[in-house]
Design a protein around this ligand. Structure first.
Ligand SMILES: Cc1cc2nc3c(=O)[nH]c(=O)nc-3n(C[C@H](O)[C@H](O)[C@H](O)COP(=O)(O)O)c2cc1C
Length: 77
């Protein structure tokens, strides 16, 4: 909820930008927050996001790193 409040309070400064959602999680993935972001900041481009399990970030770092590298490559970075 704190992030949704942040989006709402900063809609003007986040407008006309490309926004790239990412998070860690414990099972919920992005939990639809990429869609909420698109709704909160309609004049923005929402790039494909990624959600990494917090457990993988901590205990399976090679896998997490591979996922992030593939994602960044897909985004053109
Ligand atoms: C108050 C609280 C609520 C959470 N709610 C969720 C949730 O709804 N879905 C989910 O996948 N993970 C949830 N988590 C798990 C955290 O997102 C997860 O531990 C975190 O992404 C791992 O990163 P960290 O090591 O930086 O905490 C919650 C964690 C906390 C502390």
């Amino acid at each position: 909820m704190i992030m949704y409040t942040f989006f709402e309070n900063n809609a003007d400064s986040l407008s006309n930008k490309t926004l790239i959602p990412f998070s860690t999680h414990a099972g919920s993935g992005l939990a639809g927050f990429d869609k909420k972001l698109a709704e909160a900041i309609p004049n923005s481009t929402i790039a494909k996001g990624i959600a990494i399990a917090g457990d993988d970030a901590q205990n399976n770092q090679d896998s997490a790193r591979n996922s992030i590298e593939s994602w960044l490559s897909e985004l053109g970075f």
